[in-house]
Write a protein that binds this ligand. Sequence first.
Ligand code: C2E
Ligand code: MG
Ligand code: MG
Ligand code: MG
Length: 278
Amino acid sequence: EAKRNGMGEIRLYHPEMADAIEKRVKLEAELRQAIETRDGLELYLQPQLDINRQVIGAEALIRWHHSERGMVSPAEFIPLAEETGLIIGLGDLINEQACQIIRQWQQLGLTDLVLSINVSAPQFQQMDFVDKLNSLLKQYEVPAGQLKLELTESVLMQNLDDVIHKIKELKQLGIQFALDDFGTGYSSLSYLMKLPFDVLKIDVSFVRDMFQSVQKEAIVQTIVQLAHNLGLKVVAEGVETEKHFDYLSSLGCDYFQGYLFSKPVAEPDFRKHSKHFK
Ligand code: C2E
Ligand code: MG
Ligand code: MG
Ligand code: MG
């Protein structure tokens, strides 16, 4: 906490704060290094299933294998990357790894699987985002139909006309769009309705708390109905139990993702689910 010295000024310095700043600076330097050397950053895949438990694709989730700290959570380093601008280089790396994965699927004949990747606001804001992604698809000879982009409401808080324009351009290429973490942001519904999403993802937190009260159950039900009324498919995230799966299925939820089926795993481990591939 800030302390007053004799002169009536506020001293903001204290050791714990210096510690935290030092840690952050170190983490930033290490992340920069990891991005530059392309070392230790790997996309993990979490299967997405339909109501018959057939795997229809996966969400790509970045993992950082840190030499000293072990696995660092994206919840820790994605915000840091966003604040420092490192998300641009990191995002390029993620998009390229995603194309490599789809390329490999192509070679294995897995041409129906769709890979969803997360895109942060500063990434999507780049003037050349569409061109760069299009070039990658060409470079790896990857069909755009096997790629889906997950955007959160924070992306939509930018220049809306620009966002819509980019989404439309990318959709014309065949790329699909999912609205991630639905219900956790501040967007108005009329705002969201302007956007040509294909899929709406119900946030983990809604599914986790679903059975705490009838009100919470009703919220999930309402989200599914809303999405369907708008012509969108619904993915439920954070499906951890059979009870979750049963209830969400009964609501007409289209796709499911969660620890009940699999945690995010490295790509070769994802393919071990192949007998369930659609
Ligand atoms: P998200 O995109 O909403 O991803 C879903 C998160 O829920 C993932 O956390 C996933 O591991 C977790 N999850 C999945 N199933 C369950 C479940 O059954 N129970 C629980 N409790 N959690 C489950 P993760 O991998 O730690 O990623 C956290 C967030 O970091 C992501 O949220 C996304 O916002 C961001 N992120 C992860 N990878 C990337 C990336 O490649 N690029 C960008 N820009 N952001 C990423
Ligand atoms: Mg996501
Ligand atoms: Mg999400
Ligand atoms: Mg999230």
